[in-house]
Design a protein around this ligand. Structure first.
Ligand code: SOE
Length: 381
């Protein structure tokens, strides 16, 4: 089978993750890499034998069928639109855009151009996340009553920590909720099969002013600068958010996000409680799943394809005792995306632009609720 030629836009943290994962996907050839920082894109590309090209050259090359958008958030809409109009299949990092209207426009263009489109909500692809979903589908949890959790990081704890995500002109009007809260809500809705229809949120910028480095700093790589390298800069994106929400049926929930929680590196935690049993999972211990019972001993199961529900098994490639983590989630998502390009009849087994729009509707409601200090309805589409 002839490999599908693809290109990557963006050579930062996510560009590298996408490129490495693509190298492990069957029948795909990373054919070019582009980036605002040409030297960084050339360096990353050359390490993987992938040539640098301008975005114009990539979009004008008919042999390149798909593109990955791994640029700062505010560029997603424009780049995805250009790529779709050029007839490319698009896999975009989250958040898909900065407003629901933009996401809607992208979804409409994709449908019209008959292009495959995905949003990179990679957390769905942890085997234990699929196990929770499979258990819920099989009725093991009973009716879902309570959904709780958080997503905490510490890489923006100090006022000297900086990254493009802090700047709303590059990251969009929300930081913490858009960056990591969108992952949490995508996972919560994916696992439970329920939608949030109403919420009340409180967002807080803990550092109203940050010391912005004079030069750009890579995500998670802000620990190496010294005094004198900074400019004091006002911040209008949130460091912390709390959301209380109502889901369809009688299920209710609450979650927090934070990028200022010392010691929590990248900890998404989700707990789902039903009328029969509960499940709890943490991204920092991805191979373990806690299963809670009211009348018998609780369990912790370790990832092992033989112990997973049959529908969760295809998401684990390795035998028990062989960890599958963050990198592998991208491989699993990309594999399904490219399989759907190869087979135009296939139903997408990945988050599409409709899911990207869904997260922007939730995000919009969160921003409005925090601004107005009131409960806000989320369109259930
Ligand atoms: C930064 O907060 C970040 O890299 C997110 O943008 C990713 O989506 C998440 O997986 C890890 O943290």
């Amino acid at each position: 089978m002839k490999p599908i030629r693809t290109a990557i836009f963006g050579a930062g943290f996510m560009g590298r993750v996408h490129l490495e994962a693509l190298r492990r996907v069957e029948h795909v050839e990373p054919a070019a890499i582009s980036g605002r920082n040409v030297a960084a894109a050339e360096k990353l590309g050359s390490a993987f034998g992938v040539p640098y090209a301008t975005s114009e050259a990539i979009l004008g090359d008919p042999s390149i069928q798909a593109v990955h958008i791994c640029t700062p958030n505010a560029l997603h809409f424009g780049m995805a639109k250009q790529a779709l109009l050029a007839g490319k299949h698009v896999l975009c990092e989250k958040p898909l855009a900065t407003t629901p209207a933009e996401a809607q426009e992208l979804a409409a263009i994709a449908a019209q151009k008959r292009c495959r489109v995905a949003v990179c909500h990679n957390l769905r692809y942890y085997p234990m996340v699929q196990q929770m979903r499979a258990m819920r589908e099989a009725g093991d949890l009973g009716e879902i009553l309570v959904v709780q959790g958080f997503y905490s990081q510490d890489w923006l704890l100090y006022d000297t920590d900086w990254n493009w995500r802090v700047d709303s002109t590059q990251g969009g009007p929300s930081r913490c909720m858009a960056d990591i809260g969108s992952h949490w809500f995508d996972a919560a809705e994916h696992i439970t099969g329920l939608r949030v229809f109403s919420l009340c949120a409180d967002l807080q910028t803990l550092h109203a002013t940050r010391q912005q480095p004079k030069h750009s700093v890579e995500t998670f790589a802000n620990k190496t600068l010294s005094a004198g390298d900074y400019i004091p800069t006002p911040v209008d994106t949130e460091d912390f958010g709390a959301v209380v929400f109502r889901m369809e049926t009688r299920a209710r929930g609450a979650m927090t996000v934070s990028q200022c929680s010392a010691g929590r590196k990248n900890r998404l935690s989700i707990e789902i409680y039903g009328t029969k049993s509960g499940v709890a999972w943490s991204q920092e211990r991805p191979d373990e799943l806690w299963i809670g019972h009211r009348d018998s001993a609780n369990q912790i199961i370790i990832k092992d394809p033989a112990l997973l529900h049959p529908s969760a098994r295809p998401f684990a490639d390795l035998p028990g005792g062989h960890s599958e983590g963050y990198d592998d989630t991208f491989k699993q998502l990309f594999r399904r995306f490219y399989a759907s390009i190869a087979n135009p009849e296939a139903t997408p087994e990945y988050p599409t632009f409709a899911d990207g729009l869904r997260q922007l509707n939730i995000l919009n409601a969160v921003l409005e609720s925090s601004r107005t200090r009131a409960w806000v309805e989320v369109p259930v589409v």
